[in-house]
Design a protein around this ligand. Structure first.
Ligand code: SF4
Length: 327
């Protein structure tokens, strides 16, 4: 049986509910000087087959949001709000149920395959285990399925690769094995954290086209600071700054005309758009400004921005911007 390449029966996964809903999520971490507000009042929805991305600078809370979506927040995290997968709240699920969900229905692609792949097991062992979490793979089919999985992520010489250990592979091959692990059980949703991080340009482009292919029939929730990946892959994106979302837009609208001053600055820092860095640095998540969190760096700042914190204002269609310019 060819489990990997067989299409799902029509309607099997048709689901009226959105796949992933994050509602009023706050994640704080204890610190001697006060709580670190890593994620602050995040609301977003990822629908079936949608590719939803989060972009932002390092330290903006993107990775913590990704861990929340995978039910992998560290124990010292203090959380409120909801992370709903097909209507069920991960925060109220027992750990074994979350693990089961993460293996079968939510696939994960992490940013550091050298740390995420187990160094003492071969690629074949690890992919077999990931495939085994999906339904209906018999032992006899396993080797064939592992080889097909490697072929699907464009890894040549699969018979050799399944016998190798992660340290015997190049960085690009390890990342593609990581992608293979994420898609092995044919999940409904793939959550990926910086999937192109640390790859050279040639390998990065190959991984991007692989993710584009996967996104045609699988929903994705991808965290990145790589704007090339964002432009080529995302359908909808949210921009994070200092723990909160400052803009939600379709990818096309965003790259044509960013609205939030931080979004504008992000795009202007690209070499193709003049490479003008945003002055200053992000505020500490321990001591956030009272008003707009971008106020100290914003060239459009007004008096109100110093003292009042802007909400996300609806602008047009589904577009939302956290800026008094659009109030
Ligand atoms: S609310 Fe004010 S300071 Fe904040 S981004 Fe908008 S204009 Fe700039």
């Amino acid at each position: 049986m060819n489990r990997i390449l067989t299409a799902r029966p029509p309607g099997e996964h048709s689901e009226p509910l959105p796949l992933l809903e994050i509602r009023n999520l706050k994640v704080h971490f204890p610190d001697g000087a006060g709580p670190v507000k890593a994620v602050d009042r995040i609301d977003l929805t990822v629908r079936d087959k949608e590719c939803f991305g989060i972009i932002g600078e390092s330290g903006s809370g993107k990775t913590v949001l990704c861990l929340a979506a995978l039910g992998l927040l560290p124990e010292d995290a203090s959380c409120s709000g909801e992370v709903l997968f097909r209507g069920k709240n991960l925060f109220s699920m027992p750990a074994p149920e979350i693990r089961e969900l993460r293996g079968r229905e939510i696939g994960a692609i992490f940013q550091n395959p050298a740390a995420s792949l187990d160094p003492v097991f071969t690629v074949g062992n690890q992919l077999s285990e990931a495939l085994d979490r999906g339904a209906g793979v018999s032992g006899a089919d396993m080797k064939t399925n592992v080889m097909q999985l490697l072929d699907r992520v464009s890894i040549k010489e699969p018979a050799l690769r399944i016998r190798q250990y992660p340290h015997e592979l190049s960085g690009g091959l390890r990342q593609r094995v990581m992608v293979a692990m994420g898609i092995a059980a044919e999940p409904l949703l793939i959550v990926a954290d910086e999937p192109t991080s640390g790859l050279d340009l040639r390998v990065k482009r190959r991984v991007i086209s692989l993710l584009q292919e996967i996104s045609r029939d699988t929903a994705m929730f991808v965290i990145t600071h790589d704007l090339e990946l964002a432009e080529k892959l995302f359908e909808t994106l949210a921009v994070m700054y200092a723990g909160e979302i400052v803009e939600i837009a379709s990818c096309k609208e965003f790259f044509q005309a960013p609205m939030h001053p931080f979004s504008e600055g992000l795009l202007n820092s690209l070499p193709s758009r003049g490479m003008q860095p945003i002055p200053g640095s992000s505020p500490s998540l321990l001591a956030l400004p009272t008003g707009c969190r971008f106020f100290p760096r914003c060239r459009h700042a007004m008096e109100i921005c110093k003292t009042r914190h802007p909400e996300l204002f609806s602008v047009e269609g589904k577009r939302q911007v956290r800026c008094f310019k659009y109030a």
